[in-house]
Design a protein around this ligand. Structure first.
Ligand code: GDP
Ligand code: ZN
Length: 320
């Protein structure tokens, strides 16, 4: 085991002025930020849930420590709600960080109840790709499909796989691919994203009944005063396996994305070189994306949805 692995701890939640880290032997370590650490760095995103931190334990205390430092974040999930403009320089663009070090987002999209909309799936995919986190598409409630629906949904599955996504048809009710689902979770920190009613809580509770949580809910406890706090927490559910939860992604508009960045949220467009480097793949001449759509190489319907989502993005450079 490397030295770093021995001395860093994962922040599971925050309450009041305290951060609670996972104790390797079970239980939580109550931590307070070291004063000098606070002074050195002027940002609101100093320590967030999911951070790996260095601690200095109080003498003789196993569950109380000072939080000394934060390790570099591999990924950051930020509030998908426009950028905050409270700091100077390029940091202006830094929206509130909610969770750090998520390995993958499991996009839980039901094929029925509520109805399946590819535009909603694309919207979620853009939000996840924009954060540079790997999405995995779970097409949940597959048991609700009738024989006549199968052709459509198999086509959907293939077309997203062709774009480069991992797609798993899933049903908690019939048990279909639940073993695959557990394998996907193993050894990773995952966040389940998707519309309300998608089955996120049911999936997690079926694997970890002792948790008994409602994922993505606003907590009544925290609705004190004019500001509603988002409850963000990470649950250990197995060896090096965690589920992260926050209600910060219940709204999925793309107005926090600058429209020139949207094309990078599409893995199948990302590496194509059009005549113009800044091509939006909208109506420009010699656009390779449009050419490949015309030739049937790229999904035409997904491209039409791209144009729709492009209109929703902000056209003002957030860092200008
Ligand atoms: P959440 O809002 O995403 O957390 O969704 P819930 O876990 O509350 O599930 C919403 C509803 O979908 C519940 O009534 C579940 O019983 C139902 N549900 C969850 N998974 C499945 C499934 O695989 N098949 C079917 N038919 N229903 C499911
Ligand atoms: Zn183009």
């Amino acid at each position: 085991m490397s030295k770093q692995e021995i001395s860093t701890y994962k922040v599971l939640r925050r309450h009041g002025g305290f951060y609670y880290c996972e104790h390797p032997e079970g239980g939580e370590i109550e931590c307070k930020l070291k004063g000098s650490f606070k002074k050195d760095r002027r940002t609101t995103n100093l320590v967030v849930v999911g951070d790996h931190v260095k601690l200095d334990f109080f003498p003789g205390q196993k569950f109380k420590a000072l939080l000394l430092d934060v390790c570099e974040r591999q990924t950051v999930m930020r509030r998908a709600k426009g950028y905050q403009r409270s700091y100077g320089g390029r940091d202006e663009r830094e929206a509130q960080a909610l969770i750090a070090n998520i390995d993958q987002v499991l996009l839980t999209i039901p094929v029925k109840e509520p109805d399946f909309h590819p535009l909603l799936l694309d919207r979620f995919l853009c939000i996840v790709e924009f954060m540079e986190i790997t999405p995995i598409i779970l097409l949940n409630k597959w048991d609700l499909l009738e024989a006549s629906d199968l052709e459509y949904f198999n086509k959907i599955k293939l077309s997203y796989e062709k774009c480069g996504f991992n797609v798993l048809p899933l049903s908690l009710k019939s048990g279909q691919n639940m073993d695959q689902f557990e394998l996907i979770l193993k050894g990773k920190t995952s966040f389940l994203m998707g519309p309300s009613g998608a089955g996120k809580s049911s999936l997690i509770n079926s694997i970890c009944p002792q948790l008994d949580i409602r994922l993505g809910e606003w907590s009544e406890r925290c609705k004190t005063g004019p500001q509603t706090t988002t409850v963000t927490q990470i649950y250990p559910i197995g060896e090096k396996t965690y589920i992260a939860d926050t209600a910060g992604f219940s709204q999925v508009y793309l107005n926090h994305i600058f429209w020139e960045e949207l094309r990078f949220c599409y893995p199948e467009y990302r590496h194509l070189t059009c005549k113009y480097q800044d091509c939006l793949h909208q109506s420009e001449d010699h656009c390779l994306v449009r050419e490949l759509v015309r030739e049937g190489e790229l999904d035409a319907e997904r491209y039409d949805r791209y144009l729709k989502l492009l209109e929703e993005c902000t056209k003002e450079q957030p860092w200008a």
